[in-house]
Design a protein around this ligand. Structure first.
Ligand code: GLU
Ligand code: MG
Length: 454
């Protein structure tokens, strides 16, 4: 595990001076656990250096706090022991209300990274890619439903999917949100009213994987702050309301080698180079194994319905929104260059872990020289069963039990990401399944509508 790189004395002192000048009194450091919950410690600004160097205490059960406030103990994660939550000074950002935020990683008391720390793991996977000569950029999309503070649906006028109406109806909230994001250094690419009633989406620009995931966490926190200021709350549940579209948390990925993009300029379909094709091949081949990291919660499976643009079919295709891996071509309409979008990820996932799993599969595909599978150009839902079988395209699992059983028994997932994160993820998700058994879909959606809200 990587040791936390210590910023030098002057960097911490400089940050403290700047934060003081910005009126900051409190610093919040966050981590995301196996349930996809954002956990935090906060300190007075004067303790910035200690938060960075020694860190604050965190019990090992932080990894396995569950969405109902319970704990999914494992054989190794018990009430005994302590970890250190240490903030990354480079990630410090000013929040509204005299607060600052920084991403944190979890360390053992001897200073080694915790094997269950998802942020540390993503750093390690990124490091392996770099060692192999590749650089990755990732970009996140955030979808959420605006709801009342108690989670109930808002009364609204007729909703127009992707309409200007929703943007105007919620313009006070959206204007404040964009300003707050901008002030915190999170440049938003675009925002729109989504298909679901009172559902919105905004997207973040590509960045190095850890920084991109940090930005997604920060953005979610800012959504929570601004929603509260407007007497609202934001639901980041995969399926806030049963029987309709859910929230995705799509992750875009591009890969480069020595500055050369792997998804364009080559001789494969749409210019995909051989190594880019192998990366996509690796993602498609391993997606069922790591689905538990991407769509593992008890509400994730019901979002993955065909026809909801959640990428329920295991395949890839150019601009194909029903494919779990949508390919975006280079060109004038795509200033960020060619990239792939893993659509199945939802916001109940640990964003760091989901990125780590996707990148690990891509690298595994490159190392194994995997071939790019045949492209599925249209909506697989329009094919007959026979046609789908011939095209080798099938629906991904949507049963929470099946998704987690596959992760638990996956040698691929355990080999690529380690037993510790697999066991923690399996523990919290099986716990969710136990407490939800027998709940009808609408009650399940209602009960956990705010579970992943910040
Ligand atoms: N809400 C859809 C999902 O659950 C995504 C819609 C879109 O393509 O933006 O993934
Ligand atoms: Mg969307």
């Amino acid at each position: 595990m990587t040791q936390f790189a210590s910023a030098d004395e002057s960097a911490v002192a400089k940050a403290q001076r700047e934060l003081e000048a910005a009126g900051v009194r409190t610093v919040i450091g966050t981590v995301v656990n196996a349930s996809g919950l954002t956990l935090a410690k906060s300190v007075p600004l004067a303790r910035l250096k200690t938060f960075h160097e020694a860190g604050m205490g965190a019990a090992p059960v932080w990894h396995v706090f569950t969405i109902d406030g319970g704990i999914a103990f494992t054989n190794t994660i018990t009430t005994v022991g302590d970890m250190r939550l240490r903030i990354d000074i480079a990630g410090l950002r000013v929040l509204p209300g005299g607060r600052a935020w920084a991403p944190a990683s979890l360390f053992e008391q001897d200073g080694t990274g915790s094997p269950v720390c998802a942020r540390g793991l993503l750093g390690d996977v990124g490091g392996s890619l770099e060692e192999a000569g590749y650089q990755a950029l990732m970009g996140h999309e955030l979808e959420f439903f605006l709801v009342a503070p108690d989670g109930s649906a808002l009364e609204t006028a007729p909703w127009v999917p992707y309409g200007a109406t929703g943007l105007l109806d919620r313009s006070a909230f959206l204007d404040d949100l964009l300003s707050a994001l901008n002030r915190a250094g999170v440049p938003v690419e675009q925002v729109h009213a989504e298909y679901g009633r009172n559902q919105f989406e905004f997207s973040l620009p590509p960045a190095a994987p850890v920084q991109a995931a940090d930005a997604a966490v920060l953005a979610k926190i800012i959504v929570g702050i601004v929603a509260r200021a407007h007497g609202l709350q934001a639901s980041f549940s995969p399926l806030p309301f049963a029987g309709t579209v859910g929230n995705g948390a799509h992750q875009h990925l591009s890969l480069h080698k020595d500055g050369v993009p792997l998804f364009s300029g080559g001789s494969g379909p749409h210019g995909i180079r051989a190594e880019g094709g192998a990366a996509i091949g690796g993602i498609i081949a391993g997606l069922p194994d790591i689905q538990g990291f991407l769509t593992g919660s008890v509400l994730s499976g019901s979002r993955l319905a065909p026809g909801t643009w959640s990428g329920a079919y295991l395949c890839w295709g150019l601009e194909n929104r029903e494919a779990s891996v949508r390919f975006l071509n280079e060109g004038q309409s795509n200033p960020h260059g060619a990239n792939v979008e893993v659509k199945i990820v939802d916001p109940s996932a640990n964003v760091y872990l989901a990125s780590a799993a996707i990148l690990a599969l891509a690298l595994n595909g490159i190392r194994g020289g995997l071939r790019l599978p045949a492209e599925i150009p249209g909506d697989p839902g329009r094919l007959s069963d026979d046609e789908r079988q011939r095209a080798n395209v099938r629906l991904l699992a949507n049963s929470p039990t099946a998704i987690i059983d596959t992760l638990d028994t996956s040698r691929l997932a355990r080999g690529l990401l380690g037993d510790a994160v697999v066991d923690a993820t399996v523990a919290v998700r099986r716990y969710e399944q136990q407490i939800s058994a027998d709940l009808p879909p609408d009650e399940l959606a209602e009960r956990f509508r705010l579970a992943w809200s910040i």
